[in-house]
Design a protein around this ligand. Structure first.
Ligand code: UDP
Ligand code: MG
Length: 168
């Protein structure tokens, strides 16, 4: 069945100029890009994304990693891929979490490394299952930033919300 998944090209991927390479590899899956943007990751966003790892000893370093503090590249490229078995297809292309255990042909196997502090710098994030994909896509994207209607939406009126706008 068709489904969607969230992909992040992490700061090490950007620093190593792997963006083109990773996008080419992902395009071989024949999945469609449904959304894409560059994001400067706030502490709040990083913490929400890695909520499930809060108790791990490497958590603080992981937050620093995803925020780009280890690579001097304070951004990630965020994408939504859509299509048949998107979640498993992208996870397979990404490879195992530990780059030393990842298939040598996978993105993580090819380009990942383990830092001296023990963090897996594995270049790419990919949602693990449908529940995680939904949580992550809703966390990283607003409904109008995705070209398909992936999840139900509603119209809400938000008054007194300050937003930054282009100066007229
Ligand atoms: N991670 C790590 N050491 C570990 C487990 C995870 O450095 O022992 C990092 C790694 O960058 C990984 C991220 O934390 O991609 C999120 O971990 P998760 O278990 O969700 O793995 P993933 O879903 O990314 O394969
Ligand atoms: Mg995960």
């Amino acid at each position: 069945m068709k489904e969607q998944t969230l992909v992040l090209i992490k700061p090490d991927g950007l620093k190593k100029s792997l963006t083109g390479n990773i996008l080419t590899t992902l395009s071989e899956s024949r999945l469609e890009i449904a959304g894409a943007k560059v994001v400067k990751v706030s502490r709040r966003l990083a913490e929400k994304h890695y909520q499930h790892l809060k108790k791990k000893p490497f958590y603080e370093e992981l937050i620093r990693y995803i925020r780009g503090e280890l690579h001097g590249k304070k951004k990630v490229l965020v994408l939504v891929y859509y299509g048949e078995d998107a979640i498993d297809k992208v996870r397979e292309i990404a490879g195992a979490t530990n780059p030393e255990e990842a298939d040598a042909e996978s993105i993580r196997g090819k380009y990942g490394r383990i830092t001296t502090k023990g963090i897996f710098e594995n270049v790419i994030h990919a949602s693990k299952n449908r529940e995680e994909a939904e949580k992550e896509i809703k966390l990283w994207f607003k409904p109008d930033e995705i070209i398909f209607k992936l999840y139900p939406t509603e119209m809400v009126t938000r008054s007194k919300v300050k937003v930054k706008a282009w100066k007229r």
